[in-house]
Design a protein. Structure first.
Length: 273
């Protein structure tokens, strides 16, 4: 989709970080916006930063199918169409695979996988029916490509989000739909991702184990050393215009992906040191 002005974009997880940066970049392109998040204060700030254009806000827990259905109803009802859907909301949780509880997986998969699935299920049929050009951007991560130690729950959720993006893109192509898909796989980005526990539902709270605390420290340092969210937003707009499926934020990840494939084909376990 080359022309973005006057089109409609929906961004989940838009109260902070990458979601906010995408919303602001879309606003700068002259798009109408629906921004969604569980954090009302952050959403209001995003809307204020987006300036004079049309921006609607909707409190939405993406892990809740009925909340995402309500979001879609508002988008199509009040804005008439959706051209760009960004399933971006996400949370990080660290720790060894064997210390992660059912509540941990319920939270991380609920947001990072079910959030994307609910977005697809509620928006995509109506975007197809609209019969215009459109684009679905799923925020995955390099954790969807590699399984570095200490981030098992997150890695599982992001591998599933990448598989979801691939399956969606193949199905849309086979159906001859006018929609394209991007799997956004950033490395470290300077956001609040290491502080995801701030939005963890009380019913899924657990006491962090030491391995979880250590992983969070590491991810916090990584995020602080990362690129700016606005750089990611620029790559997303390019990907929409150029109909690019995979977006990496650094060429070193392409090298690592080739090396991983070669290592796996020898039967060995890849190392990410
Ligand atoms: N920051 C990084 O280094 C990095 C790298 C790769 C991928 N990502 C991915 O980028 C996406 C955005 O994260 P970020 O880095 O901007 O972090 P962030 O914490 O700054 O923003 C995430 C946003 O998601 C919202 N959110 C959390 N749970 C939600 C829910 N149930 N429903 C709706 N909104 C919810 C939060 O309130 C927050 O506004 C995530 O999918 C994350 O996994 C981040």
């Amino acid at each position: 989709m080359r022309e973005l002005a006057d089109k409609v974009a929906v961004v989940t997880g838009a109260a902070s970080g990458i979601g906010r940066a995408m919303a602001l970049r879309f606003a700068a392109e002259g798009m109408t916006l629906m921004v969604a998040d569980v954090d009302y204060g952050g959403l209001a700030e995003t809307a204020a930063l987006a300036g004079d254009g049309k921006v609607l806000t909707q409190i939405t827990d993406v892990s809740d199918a009925s909340a995402v259905a309500h979001l879609a109803n508002r988008c199509f009802g009040e804005l008439g169409a959706v051209h760009v859907l960004c399933n971006n909301a996400g949370v990080y949780q660290g720790g060894h695979m064997w210390t992660r509880s059912e509540a941990d997986f319920a939270w991380v998969l609920g947001v990072n996988l079910w959030g994307v699935l609910h977005g697809i299920h509620t928006f995509v049929p109506r975007m197809i029916e609209q019969d215009t050009e459109g684009h679905v951007v799923n925020t995955v991560s390099v954790a969807g490509l590699f399984a570095a130690p200490g981030s098992g729950a997150y890695t599982v959720s992001k591998h599933a989000a990448l598989a979801t993006s691939l399956a969606l893109a193949q199905d849309l192509a086979a159906a001859g739909a006018k929609l394209r898909v991007t799997a956004l796989c950033p490395g470290a980005v300077r956001t609040r991702i290491a502080d995801s526990a701030r939005v963890r539902p009380p019913g899924l709270l657990t006491t962090p184990s030491q391995d979880e605390v250590d992983s969070l420290d590491q991810v916090s340092r990584l995020a602080e050393s990362g690129i700016e969210p606005s750089e990611v937003a620029d790559l997303v707009v390019d990907a929409i215009r150029e109909e690019r499926f995979l977006v990496l934020t650094d060429p070193k990840y392409a090298t690592r992906l080739r090396l991983q494939t070669e290592t796996l084909l020898t039967g060995d376990l890849p190392s990410y040191q």
